[in-house]
Structures are given as structure tokens and as C-alpha cells.
Design a protein around this ligand. Structure first.
Ligand SMILES: Cc1cc2nc3c(=O)[nH]c(=O)nc-3n(C[C@H](O)[C@H](O)[C@H](O)COP(=O)(O)O)c2cc1C
Length: 266
């Protein structure tokens, strides 16, 4: 998979044709999910559900802007530390694979009826289901509601590089020069989807260490960090830079942001 290409191509699609996924797409999707490695030793459960899974059509309710979706991928993870971010990392890998196949997706944390989905995935007591995504064929014409909220404008409205990434401390914005070869992986983080497009992750580069911070008040803080880590680490891999994940005790402190984890080169 060409990660940079998929990251640049991916966007949230909310209007689908109403056509079910073709068999070859279901097979490719299931195969990709089954071979997906754990992230930081944590394996998420990612299930494919179709409205036509059973003998009779099942109800998989979505709200508002989402229309015409017949297939979904569902993210399930255990309630253990870091599992939410690790699961989001793996779910974004699946989203990017779908993008590569030419399939449309949209992370959903709110606009779906979670009880409908929970009925069909046998959720254990220690598991959480809070994210799904439709997966299917994008309708050529956006539905009125999707046009009304001007999703294309939202997709393109990313914060400037220097407001998201910093050099050694939060007072010094990172530039293309100080980012060096990491300008591309960080530019891929900038394109990451996030809840309400808030982009509440911040990164400090300190030599070969990248400290990741989140806004703990954001409802999707851990999920957004998992997606950002996916874009950063997978793009680094693509340019032959290997990353190790570490939870450090010594990092620059911020008044309103919470330190999450560090990516160490090599
Ligand atoms: C954790 C998470 C939850 C989201 N929940 C919803 C949702 O409930 N409804 C929706 O329409 N979009 C949802 N989105 C999509 C974001 O609004 C979208 O990613 C963001 O606006 C950027 O646009 P883009 O994905 O086209 O780049 C969610 C995204 C993430 C990462």
C-alpha cells in the first residue's frame, strides 16, 4: 500500500450509492483485517457488518448526513490502558486500505445507533464499541445535507503546520527546515481525520524524539492520537525510518495539553 497516496486521497464520504460491497471487496477487506499486526502488543477487533449479514436485512442505524450505506466496519477494543489509541491506529490502517481499493469511508463516533451494532458483534463485558465507519461506493452527487455543511471546506481546513508541531518546546513552531526528513510524515499527520476536525494533537520534535500530546477535554482524544500515530509511523516506515514507541517520564510540560507517548527514531 502506498501510504502517502492513500492519506492524501482519503476524505470522509457521507453519501453512498446504496449498493452492497462486491464480493471481491469483502474478501480483500477481511483478508487485510485478518493479517493486520497488533500495535504496541494490542490487537483490536475489527468486524465487517452488512445490512444483509443475516437471512433478513438487519438494522444498522445512522443519523443525519450519512445515507445509502449498506456495509460497515466496526471497531471493538478491550478496556485496558492505551487500547483505544492502539485500536484507532489499526482502524485507520483499514480505512487507508479501503481508500486504496477505491472504497469510501467515514469515521463515525456519534452519528450511529450503537445498540444496533452491538447486537451483531457479541460485545464482551470488558470491550468497548464507540466507532464505526460505513464502507462502500461514493454517490456521485452529494446529498443536500452533506452539501449544506460544506464537508469539502471542512476537509480542507487544516491548521497550519507551525500551530501543530513544535521544536524542542511549545514556544518554537517547527518549520520545514527544522523538521528535516520528518516534514513529510508530519504533513501526513496534519491530514489525519479527527473528531469534529479539531486536530487536537500537538507534537514536539526534540532531536530524534517526537513527543505526542492530546487535549484531554476532547471526546475523541485517544482515538485522534491513535490516528495521528498511524499516519506518522506508517509514513516513516515508507521512507525507511523505523520508530519505537515509548512512554517517557521526562518531556516538556504544557499547561493545557496532556503528554501521551513518544516516537523514537531507530
Ligand atoms: C473519532 C472521529 C469521530 C468522528 N465522528 C463523526 C461523526 O459522528 N459524524 C460525521 O459526520 N463525521 C465524523 N467524523 C469525521 C470528521 O468530521 C472528519 O474526519 C473531519 O471533519 C475531517 O474531514 P475529512 O475526514 O474529510 O478529512 C469523525 C472523525 C473522527 C476521527
Amino acid at each position: 500500500m502506498n501510504i502517502q497516496e492513500s492519506i492524501q486521497k482519503r476524505r470522509s464520504v457521507r453519501t453512498y450509492t446504496g449498493q452492497s460491497l462486491k464480493r471481491e471487496h469483502i474478501t480483500a477487506l477481511k483478508q487485510f483485517i485478518s493479517q493486520l499486526p497488533p500495535f504496541h502488543n494490542i490487537k483490536a477487533r475489527i468486524e465487517h457488518l452488512s445490512v444483509f449479514s443475516g437471512e433478513k436485512p438487519i438494522k444498522l442505524g445512522t443519523y443525519g448526513k450519512i445515507s445509502g450505506a449498506k456495509d460497515f466496519i466496526v471497531l471493538i477494543y478491550e478496556n485496558i490502558p492505551f487500547a483505544e489509541a492502539a485500536a484507532a491506529y489499526q482502524f485507520e490502517q483499514v480505512i487507508l486500505f479501503c481508500t486504496e481499493l477505491g472504497l469510501a469511508t467515514c469515521w463515525l463516533g456519534a452519528a450511529f445507533n450503537s445498540n444496533d451494532f452491538k447486537k451483531h458483534v457479541q460485545l464482551n463485558k470488558n470491550e468497548t464499541l464507540k466507532i464505526v465507519s460505513p464502507v462502500g461506493y461514493p454517490a456521485e452527487k452529494q446529498r443536500f445535507l452533506e452539501r449544506l455543511v460544506r464537508v469539502d471546506k471542512i476537509h480542507n481546513s487544516r491548521k497550519p503546520f507551525g500551530e501543530l508541531f513544535f521544536y524542542q518546546n511549545f514556544d518554537t513552531p517547527l518549520t520545514e527546515e527544522t523538521a528535516g526528513i520528518y516534514f513529510i510524515p508530519l504533513s501526513m499527520v496534519r491530514l489525519a481525520p479527527s473528531g469534529h476536525n479539531k486536530q487536537e494533537w500537538r507534537i514536539i520534535k526534540n532531536d530524534n524524539v517526537f513527543h505526542f500530546y492530546k487535549n484531554p477535554c476532547s471526546p475523541f482524544d485517544n482515538i485522534d492520537i491513535g490516528i495521528a500515530l498511524c499516519h506518522f509511523i506508517e509514513t516513516c516506515k515508507e521512507i525507511n525510518v523505523q520508530i519505537k514507541l515509548e512512554f517517557l517520564t521526562d518531556y516538556p510540560i504544557s499547561n493545557n495539553l496532556q503528554y501521551m507517548v513518544s516516537c523514537i527514531v531507530g
